[in-house]
Design a protein around this ligand. Structure first.
Ligand SMILES: O=P(O)(O)OC[C@H]1O[C@H](O[C@H]2O[C@H](CO)[C@@H](O)[C@H](O)[C@H]2O)[C@H](O)[C@@H](O)[C@@H]1O
Length: 312
């Protein structure tokens, strides 16, 4: 039986099973803390940041942008991947750099996540004072503006989806369902990988038969379905328009972040975190290295802001 213990007080939620449900060696395996090629090496490194020269130069150019948007994926980018999604936390070094950035005039920081807005707010202290795009572009909070609540009909579709996925996951040890306001996700990080294709097949068969208009997304040990087809690329476009930013920095680690990278324009900076195919221009090894990049960007941006005040 799948473990289904409520884990989010006051909202729908499930906690993944604890204690050895997963295949050997899976726990924590996704986090890479290795120094990326070029980071900390002198050859080709940029100034005193230790970053690869191309990345360091690009950060310097971005730092001098009159209006800058820094948009950041949460899981796997700010927060190392963990077994229990509600235990994920952004690295303190990244939070410190974000706080520095958001204090600089004409510098906008946004979280862009597949999580729903409520869970993002629960995990990231101070998130309510940042711009946010959640549910892979389906929910957002841009100052006064936020996405409308799902209608009664949409809620009924989501409830039917959740019930179907829970039925499908019930017999798969280690699999569990994360409900969201606009859909639901099947988590299989703790399941035997051999059991996953049949579970995904059963879910997709129900969707084909019962609600073929649902959109599907894949990610790290996760398969998600939503009543909205919005993407993180839509989120970037919305954020760019809202902030009137001249350039965008975006960092992300997973498949759905590719939609955000695809929405970047000339001069913007895409940073892929970790392995895997990407259309991002730059790459680092993991969340620790993302923190180093954010720190470098915050310092460069602060220098730029200071220089602007003294030359006025
Ligand atoms: O867009 P993101 O902020 O990266 O969110 C993507 C999904 O993140 C969460 O799942 C992932 O992280 C979990 C915690 O590290 C991990 O256990 C899971 O295997 C990953 O897929 C979150 O639970 C999902 O709702 C997000 O869509």
């Amino acid at each position: 039986m799948v473990n289904r213990i409520p884990y989010r007080a006051g909202t729908l939620g499930r906690r993944p099973p604890r204690g050895g449900a997963g295949p050997p060696g899976r726990r924590g395996a996704a986090v890479t803390t290795r120094r990326p090629a070029g980071l900390g090496e002198s050859a080709g490194a940029s100034g005193d940041t230790g970053l690869p020269a191309a990345l360091g130069d690009h950060l310097e150019r971005l730092a001098a942008e009159p209006r800058l948007l820094v948009a950041l994926d949460f899981d796997g980018t700010l927060a190392p991947i963990v077994d229990d999604p509600m235990s994920a936390r952004a690295l303190p070094e990244s939070v410190a750099a974000i706080d520095e950035l958001r204090a600089i005039p004409d510098t906008f920081v946004a979280l862009v996540s597949g999580r729903d807005l409520a869970s993002l707010d629960q995990l990231y202290p101070g998130s309510t004072s940042l711009l946010a795009v959640a549910s892979h572009g389906g929910e957002y909070r841009l100052g006064e503006h936020s996405a409308s609540e799902p209608t009664e009909g949409e809620r009924a579709r989501v409830a039917a989806l959740i019930a179907a996925l829970e039925r499908a996951a019930a017999s798969v040890e280690g699999a569990w369902i994360e409900p969201k306001p606009l859909g639901a996700a099947i988590h299989t990080r703790l399941a035997d990988p051999n059991t996953v294709p049949a579970l995904h097949g059963a879910a997709r068969a129900w969707i084909r038969h019962s609600d073929p208009d649902l959109s599907e997304r894949t990610g790290k040990d996760i398969l998600e379905f939503s009543i909205l087809a919005a993407t993180k690329g839509d989120g970037i476009a919305r954020l760019r328009a809202h902030t009137a930013a001249g350039s965008v920095f975006y960092a992300g680690d997973d498949v759905t972040d590719e939609d955000a990278f695809a929405a970047l324009e000339s001069g913007d900076l895409g940073l892929k975190c970790g392995p895997g195919e990407t259309r991002a221009e730059h790459r680092v090894a993991g969340p620790e290295e993302v923190a180093a990049v954010l720190r470098a960007l915050a310092r460069a941006r602060a220098r730029w802001a200071y220089a602007k005040t003294v030359t006025k």
